[in-house]
Design a protein around this ligand. Structure first.
Ligand code: 6LW
Length: 504
């Protein structure tokens, strides 16, 4: 039994907090690896390593070279890189993923070390849909199964497909969006795991089994084997799962879920996160155990997050893997060398309203947290932003003379507060906390207070904004909040960035 499992079967969740959806997992010896979707962000497909399934460390991003992935500026937020499958076969890691932007399509990359480098992508134009899975049968034939659910034979080293796609089991009658298929040989059966019901509150996981990877598949009588639809469980939208067997033969499921906050209908702000649940087997069918939140796992160290570093002094070349930018990150606009020990961002025309904004951020991972940065905006304009997408963001922005807070919500774009910049270095700060009372059906999920720390360390709040407008329920799409640094004009330097969880 892995050490993190308590006697009552609970442990800290989410295991990969923040916008880390569509998890796919594989194990090699004592090591687990996990990959997630990344949509419009670059680098793409964050890759994590763990020894205990609970503590994950980001070791890289699969698509971290511009030649591997093109995310055009015309692409809307929540386009781009969807739903990878990560597998280890024949001494190599294989990852198949869909680039949903124009000119994209399915692509396959391989690596011997999952920390990278990953190969250049091999296009797989014959794969008939999104959410592709790769599974090899006993004679080495590889099957690619996609949302819908259908399947085609593929040579993953060339991307070439053979024959016409063959329809498989598509989930329960009437359920929408059969997707996220994964195919496994377990014991005497082939199992086809899928998500159904859509990636919102109706999401769920179902399974079928059959004698061969091509079926025919018989559904599990207990389907859906995981769903929180219609419950008041604090974790909602549970679905899009993958299975893994531990070295001690226990089984585990990773899946996405959200943590809505506030009154009704509930707003989730961190995007879809990765959760873990134990799996047992009964009559040849998997039974998913309790989905426990960290609050129900006292005694366990709180997860340190995918990147243990809560502070970045920008004193190494390049940015650590947790940092993401919108669509690309050209060296002439992002530099840790121009002014050593600082991150220098050079604007290229756009503010946060534009798809080509110069922005480097980290996924918000704690529901309550503080983020700060020391900025030098004497040669430009930029600051600290909380971004959901280009139409939904709040930011505190400094120029050579003043500091202001801007709120963009849909087509509304307002300067909410401003004041002169204090003398000396300016520390911009956002505190994300409990919403103010009263707490009733209309209360939002959280409150964002933007302000500056004066040179003597005192905090001056400029404004507090309702967090619901930076939620997926308001903005739509598949992503979550990203907190980061941006340049809207000229050149802006950042000495450090830090973030910490807040307990209230
Ligand atoms: C993904 C689909 C899904 O392709 O959402 O939750 C889509 N599941 O499987 C985007 O992540």
């Amino acid at each position: 039994m892995p050490h993190q499992q308590r006697a009552d079967g609970t442990f800290a969740n989410p295991v990969v907090p923040g916008f880390h959806p569509d998890p796919s997992i594989c194990r090699v010896g004592a090591d687990y690896y996990l990959a997630c979707s990344s949509f419009e962000y670059f680098p793409g497909v964050p890759l994590f390593h763990s020894r205990d399934l609970v503590h994950w460390r980001q070791i890289g991003n699969v698509l971290d070279r511009p030649e591997q992935v093109r995310l055009p500026a015309s692409m809307p937020s929540s386009g781009g890189i969807y739903a990878p499958t990560l597998r280890h076969h024949d001494g190599r890691f294989w990852l198949i993923v869909t680039n949903c932007s124009e000119g994209g399509g399915n692509l396959i990359v391989t690596a011997t070390d999952p920390a990278g480098p990953w190969s250049d992508p091999v296009p797989a134009p014959g794969v008939p849909g999104i959410d592709p899975d790769l599974a090899w049968d006993e004679d080495g034939t590889c099957w690619c199964t996609v949302a819908g659910v259908s399947q085609v034979r593929i040579d993953p080293s060339t991307g070439r497909t053979y024959g016409t796609p063959h329809a498989l089991w598509s989930g329960g009658p009437g359920a929408k969006a059969p997707e996220a298929p994964h195919l496994y040989r377990i014991g005497e059966y082939w199992y086809l795991l899928i998500a159904e019901g859509g990636t919102e509150r109706g999401h769920g996981v179902s399974i079928a089994r059959g004698p061969s990877p091509r079926g025919p598949f018989e559904p599990c009588p207990a389907n859906p084997i995981l769903t929180h639809r219609g419950t008041d469980h604090p974790v909602q939208n549970t679905g899009h799962a993958d299975l893994v067997q531990a070295p001690d033969d226990t089984w585990w499921m990773v899946f996405l879920g959200v943590r809505p906050g506030g009154g009704t209908p509930g707003w989730h702000v961190l995007g879809r996160e990765t959760f873990l649940a134990p799996v047992t087997w009964k009559d040849g069918w998997p039974v998913v155990g309790e989905v426990a939140l960290e609050a129900s796992a006292p005694g366990w160290p709180l997860h340190p997050g995918p990147d243990e570093e809560s502070r970045d002094d920008f004193d190494r070349t390049g940015l650590r893997p947790a940092w993401i930018s919108v669509r690309d990150r050209p060296a002439e606009h992002y530099s840790t060398e121009k002014r050593p020990g600082w991150l220098t961002l050079r604007a290229r025309g756009g503010s946060l309203d534009e798809p080509d904004v110069v922005f480097a951020g980290r996924r918000q991972q704690d529901l309550r947290c503080r983020a700060r940065t020391l900025i030098d905006a004497s040669q430009g304009r930029g600051g600290l932003a909380v971004r959901l997408d280009e139409r939904h963001h709040y930011e505190i922005e400094a120029s050579a003379t003043d500091v202001r807070v801007i709120a963009r919500v849909g087509s509304l774009n307002t300067v909410v507060a401003s004041r002169p910049l204090p003398e000396g270095p300016a520390v911009l700060r956002v505190d994300i906390t409990e919403p103010p009372a009263p707490h009733d059906a209309r209360t939002g999920p959280d409150a964002l207070t933007f302000g500056i720390e004066e040179p003597d360390g005192a905090f001056t709040a400029l404004t507090t904004l309702d967090g619901r407008y930076l939620s997926t329920e308001v903005a739509g799409g598949f992503t979550g909040r990203v907190i980061g640094l941006f340049a809207a004009e000229g050149t802006v330097h950042f000495d450090w960035f830090d973030h910490e969880p807040l307990t209230s």
